[in-house]
Ligand binder design. Sequence first.
Ligand code: BG6
Length: 459
Amino acid sequence: MYNIPMQDSGRTTLLIFGATGDLMGKKIVPSLWHLFEKGRLPKEFEVIGLSRRSLSEENFRALVKELMQKYVGEVAPDSAARFLALFSFQRVTFDQSDDFESLAHELDSRDRSRGPGIRLLYMAVPPEAFPQIFGHSAFGEIVTKETRAIIEKPFGIDLSSARELEEVLARRFTEEQLYRADHYLAKPVLRTIPSFRFDDGSLENIWNAEHIGSITIRTWEPLGLENRGAFYDPLGTLRDVGQNHLLEMLALIAMEKPRNSGNVEEVRAKRAEVLGALRIPNEDAIRKHTFRAQYEGYRAIEGVKPDSETETYYRLTAYLDNERWRGVPIIMEAGKRLPRWKTEIRVNFKEPKYSAAFIMRPEEKILFSKSGEEKKFPLADAEDTKQYVAEYARIIMDAAKGDQTLFVSEDEIENAWRFIDPIENAWKKNVIPLAFYSPDTDEAVALAEKKWSDERLPS
Ligand code: BG6
């Protein structure tokens, strides 16, 4: 029920704003290839790359081919040629109205010769560029009723900028046309949580504060910034993954059961409701319940300020003020340049006869055990485990199909920022000093553990 099979969405054109940028190689090309290889793209599918660079169609395909070699590896030449034939290019400079007019014209003439179809706009450009792009009157012609926009995080850097962004988006799109991507929602383990929790009614009796002592949600990455210094430094780990991925993990693990699991709006409202129940921490709670650290050497990275106070690791304890979870500490932790991959949710029961773990890295699995009897739970189609590939394949196809379930609503974003903003503000005031850790070691985690034990907090 939660795992809707792929269907052909009909004639679909994917328009990529920012087609010569970073996301093209990391996310878009490998996931499109994945869909192509598995024969899962719509039968009539084409991609139009858009960028200010002056490229011929041939140049653009050569660029996609290079990205294939770098991010996918060797593939059979005839399949590669068929794949590359899906791509065309149109030069669009964001301040040139003429460019938008020619794009609108091109789309229109394709529609006239091939029949109208779905237009998927992938906004792989910084949100600061949106007002300019959306401002052109010809952009209005590009957005038909069958147009959907995939929007990448970060959705603002705080509540007020998130609201401004929403206002800009609302100038051109209705809520039904907006597909705000959080690739964690598309991860097989996380997609399986609702059926794990709700399909067998018996679990709900123990899924509450009476039986559960704490919940731990973490993502440890051995990776560093990978040329993203200028992007990352103004954000830090709490905004980069904490405001979105970790809180969405919490939303799935803690949400109430939707009456109708097929009702997209209801599912999203249930996720938003949990985030709305997060207790907003005051400065005292932030002093006691949060920890932030930066790895040594971070300040020397290109694009990072030499005196940067940005965290590359954090840990915090949160609480949900609702009937089901009152008093249960939720420990959230994320960091870069940690010694190993570890992405997981652990539900720690008071009675030792139960245990539940939702593990995304190093391998994907859900484990539940009762009285020593371990039960592996089958995952919703786990497939390509390369970073972003399976998730973005899902994101693109769900947007093409018009299924918003795995996309974040405005309410989820706002509730998340309401919780994050006071922490960011207190950190900025140095309510707790930034600590430092040696990269690729356990030091950050050990420092956090020590604070948690000094403060007598469950960890
Ligand atoms: C992205 C962050 O959203 O998620 C990255 O911007 C991070 O900094 C990545 O590395 C983690 O995703 P995953 O799927 O590898 O856990």
